[in-house]
Design a protein around this ligand. Sequence first.
Ligand SMILES: [Zn+2]
Length: 100
Amino acid sequence: MLRLFAILFEFFLVVVVGRLLGRLVQGLAGGKRTRVDSQAANSSARSPRRTVEGQMARDPICGTFVSTKLSHRLELPAGTLHFCSRGCRDRYEKANVAAI
Ligand SMILES: [Zn+2]
């Protein structure tokens, strides 16, 4: 009976030590992962939401990508929005600007 207890205790020890080691390895891997995340955050912060002339911008109404040089623009205090057509710009204005 005592022997069985000793085996159980040993097994318990192995599980605990195994878990601790697992956590240690996870912690190291997690540290690396957060470093990658911060890099990704930096790169996304570097690409500004406001677009420079001659780039592609997304029409917020229909989702079409339009050239900022050819787009129908809407100047807002928050920045310039680009639309593929006057219809999309009018729809946006009616839905958002009129409410303000
Ligand atoms: Zn559109």
